[in-house]
Design a protein around this ligand. Sequence first.
Ligand SMILES: [Zn+2]
Length: 95
Amino acid sequence: MNSIAAHSETQKAPRRYPVAFASAFAPDGRRRRWGIAYRCPHCHRHHFGLSWTPQVGGIRRSGCGRRIWVVISRRYPADALQPHTVNTQANEVNR
Ligand SMILES: [Zn+2]
């Protein structure tokens, strides 16, 4: 059911922010934060961001200072905690 939940969240994304499809990298032995890499919809370059929580999707400020809507399309390693699913649940609680 994860694929259905992810699809519905994408459709609920606010249209006022351009979507950036990101790859998320789980913390490993040397990194304590989640990393995300994405191609910027504003400047079309690649940016890299860090987060203390796996909830790296949603609205955030891009590397060039503009607002984007981050959708996690891939995560590494594949069996890591799924940031997309966690983010969906958090959003529903907050609303
Ligand atoms: Zn940019």
